[in-house]
Design a binder for this molecule. Structure first.
Ligand code: NAP
Length: 326
């Protein structure tokens, strides 16, 4: 089957492309002329060079594909306009290209984010029926993109998946914790008891494929997370044992976060580089939890995450070491 993948050179996209090729699909990768193709090099894929924010470059590329996995997105931007451009406006352009193609049988699978749904209350996992309450500009931009995809789903076949934090080989976000543990330090916010859902990239890719295959998935939204949520103390200690390290555990007082975030944001305005810590990130860290339930994906898609946190973190640590990242 011929498929198109946007965001194909990124962390999740390149892992999806490898899996699609293993399954025997013919894969068209949408990349930009400026994209780093390291993770796609040597793979037998077809490239189309286009920027999703440039409608003029998108004509014709979906005319002969049966599935479109839309993973392109911006998780770090300097300002709200950057998040909207990279997530919402880019999705609008792609949907317009799908409409123009006249292909009603095309399946459109959009990789959104748990951020579009917002945080969970203490002790309760979010499900897809909960009204979305994003608390960051990123989450709001993803939600607007979801709304556009749902509108498209009235006329075509579209499905939305929402992963929580994703980890695994090639990830550079949770990698920060590995790097810190390698240096002998494990930083925990407050008491480290905030619970989050996580998913290993290979389990996520499995869920994305299932979403693309199921008739039932038409117009549906699915959280794709591991079965159990974990708190940061547990995650930190699993990372430490995956690396066979005994780091010094430092509890960062919650009150320190806001001033540091404002300074980091100011630095970002001056340098133009997105801040690692900003007021949105702090707001996210101060929530009771970020836990979502995969019950609907289990029931409707047959989704079964297979990789335990211990197994996944151990494999990820081994990959970072092999690549010389640690
Ligand atoms: N990683 C996570 O923990 C996580 C969690 C939940 C949801 N998600 C979602 O999953 C998707 C993939 O995330 P990721 O972690 O794999 O991100 P990533 O490694 O940063 O990849 C993002 C991809 O999007 C592409 N892209 C961005 N703007 C584009 C545009 N205007 N035109 C064409 N391509 C564009 C990037 O291309 P360039 O290389 O050219 O920039 C890159 O290929 C995103 O939509 C993200 O919101 C990620």
């Amino acid at each position: 089957m011929k498929v198109l993948v946007t965001g194909s050179n990124g962390f999740i996209g390149s892992t999806l492309v490898e899996r699609l090729l293993r399954e025997g699909h013919s894969v068209r990768c949408l990349v930009r002329r400026s994209s780093n193709l390291t993770w796609l090099n040597d793979l037998p894929v077809e490239y189309v060079f286009a920027d999703l924010n440039n409608a003029g470059e998108l004509g014709g590329m979906v005319a002969d594909v049966e599935r479109l996995y839309h993973l392109a997105g911006v998780t770090k931007a300097r300002d709200e306009a950057g998040y909207l451009r990279g997530n919402y406006e880019a999705t609008l352009q792609l949907l317009a290209a799908c409409r123009d193609s006249g292909r009603r049988d095309l399946r459109f699978i959009y990789v959104s984010s748990q951020a579009a749904a917002g945080p969970s209350a203490a002790g309760r996992a979010l499900n897809e029926e909960d009204p979305p309450r994003p608390i960051s500009v990123y989450g709001r931009a993803k939600l607007r993109a979801e709304e556009a995809v749902q509108e498209y789903a009235r006329e075509g076949f579209a499905t939305i998946v929402r992963p929580p934090s994703v980890y695994g080989a090639r990830d550079r976000d949770i990698y920060v914790y590995f790097k810190s543990v390698a240096r002998g330090l494990l930083l925990l916010l407050g008491d480290g008891r905030m619970k989050i859902s996580l998913i290993h990239v290979d389990d996520l890719v499995e869920g994305i494929l299932l979403a693309g295959e199921s008739e039932r998935a038409r117009g549906r939204i699915y959280f794709l997370s591991s079965d159990e949520a974990s708190d940061w103390r547990a995650i930190g200690s699993i990372i430490a044992s995956a690396m066979q390290k005994k780091p010094l555990v430092v509890h960062v007082p919650v009150g320190l976060l806001k001033p540091v975030a404002w300074m980091s944001q100011l630095g970002s305005k001056i340098t133009g580089v997105p801040a690692l810590l900003n007021p949105d990130k702090v707001a996210e860290m101060l929530q009771p939890g970020w836990v979502c339930s995969n019950a609907r994906a289990r029931a409707e898609l047959g989704f079964r995450p297979r990789i335990s946190l211990e197994e996944g973190m151990t494999a990820t640590a081994a990959w970072y070491k092999e690549m010389g990242w640690l």
